[in-house]
Design a protein around this ligand. Structure first.
Ligand code: TRP
Length: 333
């Protein structure tokens, strides 16, 4: 608890271009949480180097992501928006937690197996202990809730196991975090293959709408979205392409699927796709303008980065000190 509020932690990597799915499914909904929770949103650049990165590109992307958090409406006075690498406690706690995590547990992580297969030439120890760093992120702030996608649930489970193990030995040190299940965002699928999630690492660029796509590109991608040959305007699992477009339209306009089906029941798919394109443009265009404005205000962003890193450092040190003492490290005095 901080100021009588529960603590929420989440992180995103600045690798790949963020998509409409990331925005509608996650970022957009985070904005409403800061009244209820003390929120920490980290740009987890330390996780990013488990895969080889171009340094200049990583720095640029990390800053863009941080700016995007703010442009999406996360007030940096209320939400702690910071770079993971600016707060040394993450690495320090991760080391300690490494000593409370079993090889067998890490060996079972499906994301490790996937990434190891994908980057067979660079299966480094950091990739293996990635989930321990993630546990450190969460436990460092005594987070009560963590909004995560289904793909990160296994890591969150491991975090809970590590925390419980540590508490079992040393007493109540860590808050046991839970997955955040509140109003979840829309689950947006690929425009080209509605069985797959819209992803920033999709090889087919037409499958994803990127947050920085220009209006014409957005319209074109929507127009080319895969639908079906039934020709019926329904909101049905049997028509996953159309279902996904309706979800996107609803998330952008605030309408319900029923209302959309009523409005477009007499129209062809082509006409609806055009409407979806316009709806997405009307959401992303103002977002892009805010990003551009914030990018110009270098001094402001730099101030946010510094003050929020200090805030994160303050809270992280409280936990870290406690943990160091518990495991037997000497204090200064
Ligand atoms: N591993 C997460 C992902 O790739 C990012 C992440 C790092 C994270 N640390 C976290 C998410 C802590 C939630 C909480 O999506």
């Amino acid at each position: 608890m901080i100021d009588n509020k529960k603590v929420l932690f989440s992180g995103m990597q600045a690798t790949g271009n963020l998509t409409l799915g990331n925005y509608l499914g996650a970022l957009k909904n985070w904005v409403t949480l800061s009244d209820e929770y003390e929120c920490f949103y980290s740009v987890v650049d330390m996780h990013s180097i488990t895969i080889r990165q171009d340094p200049a590109a990583l720095r640029r992307r990390a800053r863009s992501l941080l700016i995007l958090y703010i442009a999406a409406g996360l007030d940096p006075e209320k939400n702690c928006i910071y770079y993971q690498s600016h707060v040394s406690g993450h690495a320090e706690l991760a080391w300690i937690l490494n000593c409370f995590t079993y090889m067998g547990e890490l060996n079972r992580m499906t994301q490790f197996k996937d990434k190891a297969a994908k980057h067979a030439d660079n299966i480094n120890a950091g990739l293996f202990t990635y989930p321990v760093l993630m546990a450190a992120d969460i436990l460092l702030y005594q987070a009560d809730v963590v909004p995560v996608g289904i793909d990160q649930m296994q890591h969150l489970e491991l975090t809970r196991d590590i925390a419980q193990r540590f508490n079992g030995i040393y007493g109540d040190v860590f808050t046991i975090p839970e997955a955040y299940i509140g109003k979840v965002g829309a689950k947006i699928m690929s425009l080209q293959d509605p069985a797959k999630k819209m992803s920033k690492s999709d090889e087919n660029p037409n499958g994803s709408i990127y947050l920085m796509d220009d209006a014409d590109t957005i319209r074109r991608k929507c127009k080319r979205a895969v639908t079906d040959s039934l020709g019926e305007f329904r909101y049905s699992d049997e028509q996953p392409g159309l279902h996904n477009l309706i979800d996107i339209y609803c998330a952008c306009t605030g309408l319900t699927p029923d209302a959309v089906v009523k409005e477009f029941s007499g129209s062809g798919y082509g006409q609806f796709k055009e409407a979806v394109g316009e709806a997405v443009v009307s959401v992303l265009d103002p977002l892009q303008k805010r990003v551009a404005e914030l990018e110009k205000d270098k001094a402001y962003i730099d101030r946010v980065i510094k003050s929020n890193a200090e805030k994160a450092t303050y809270y992280s040190q409280k936990t870290l000190r406690k943990v160091q003492k518990k495991v037997g490290f000497p204090s200064f005095s």
